[in-house]
Ligand binder design. Structure first.
Ligand SMILES: NC(=O)c1ccc[n+]([C@@H]2O[C@H](COP(=O)([O-])OP(=O)(O)OC[C@H]3O[C@@H](n4cnc5c(N)ncnc54)[C@H](OP(=O)(O)O)[C@@H]3O)[C@@H](O)[C@H]2O)c1
Length: 277
């Protein structure tokens, strides 16, 4: 990127849980030309962001979205062929562009030929300048009505298969804070960061913290993994099954210091989910 020019940054999934707060942080930096990738530009209304048509299932949208871009925040599609899709996308990206890729905590859980490691490998092999972010479960999944937020907000119930396991929930705004640093500051090339919240909570503790955050009662209801999978099918079902098995094995319980190290402040707590911006 030219030293005196504003960096031109494409944030894919700009309407998403990490994408939206990331655009806000980048706009606040003042030296960024901010492009927000979305499959529906008419619905993207974020301060200082130019909406750009971008859809993983429409490869013809990739090259126009990538024009003159210096850095990309890359959010994978949770599809079986994501590793091939990412490789195809990076083949169209300027080799010098900085890539910050959103992966997941403990991405090496399977053999090297597992889906998650193959996504990361596509980034490491397809880009000269990359940083991989491995976040734990997002706190905002608990209030997103496309995820657990439906029953949480309607019935005050958190149906989640966990047993005694704990999760170090991370606020998506803190992932965005780490991503902004990795995108714009020097020294993060070739790094892989595991990102978690400040504490690992059991699911009953999670429900209690959510109650405080929302100022309304929330109780945890334990399920079997089979029950949680419901009538989902195919790859999405397999991915969810594996993810819940990893929860049960406490793979999302380790707490890291990444937010403090990169953003210079402690990560947010679940009970503070609704406070601040
Ligand atoms: N959720 C977690 O706990 C978690 C943990 C680790 C990793 N991840 C990874 O993070 C990525 C994002 O996952 P996510 O499930 O949390 O999705 P998300 O970021 O909330 O949203 C993804 C996309 O869904 C579309 N969308 C449709 N309806 C929407 C609405 N009402 N509000 C906002 N966006 C809407 C948007 O794309 P359009 O603008 O194109 O419609 C948006 O960019 C995935 O790669 C996932 O594997 C998630």
């Amino acid at each position: 990127m030219q030293e005196h020019d504003a960096a031109r940054v494409l944030v894919t999934q700009a309407r998403g849980k990490t994408g939206a707060p990331l655009t806000s942080l980048l706009v606040d930096r003042g030296d960024v030309e901010m492009l927000g990738g979305t499959s529906d530009p008419a619905r993207l209304d974020l301060r200082g962001v130019t909406p750009v048509l971008f859809a993983w299932d429409r490869p013809e949208t990739w090259a126009p979205a990538l024009e003159d871009v210096d850095a990309v925040y890359l959010v994978r599609p949770d599809w079986e062929d994501a590793p091939e899709i990412i490789a195809g996308f990076l083949a169209q990206t300027e080799p010098s562009a900085r890539i910050v890729f959103l992966s997941e905590q403990d991405a090496d859980y399977t053999a090297p030929d597992g889906w998650s490691p193959r996504n990361e490998r596509a980034v490491r092999e397809g880009s000269q300048s990359w940083t991989i972010l491995r976040p734990s479960w997002f706190m905002q999944s608990l209030t997103d009505d496309r995820m657990f937020g439906g029953p949480v907000l309607s019935d005050g119930e958190l149906p989640f298969p966990a047993g005694d396991a704990r999760v170090a929930w991370i606020d998506a705004r803190d992932i965005a804070a780490v991503a902004a640093v990795a995108l714009l500051d020097e020294g993060h090339d070739g790094q892989t960061y595991e990102i978690t919240g400040p504490e690992a909570l059991s699911l009953p503790e999670t429900a209690k913290a959510l109650s405080e955050a929302l100022d309304r009662p929330v109780v945890h209801r334990d399920l079997t993994i089979q029950q949680a999978l419901g009538d989902s099918v195919g790859f999405a079902r397999e991915l969810d099954r594996l993810t819940f098995e990893r929860v049960a094995a406490d793979r999302f319980a380790p707490v890291t210091d990444t937010v403090r190290q990169l953003a210079g402040r402690p990560p947010r707590r679940l009970r503070d989910l609704r406070s601040g911006s």
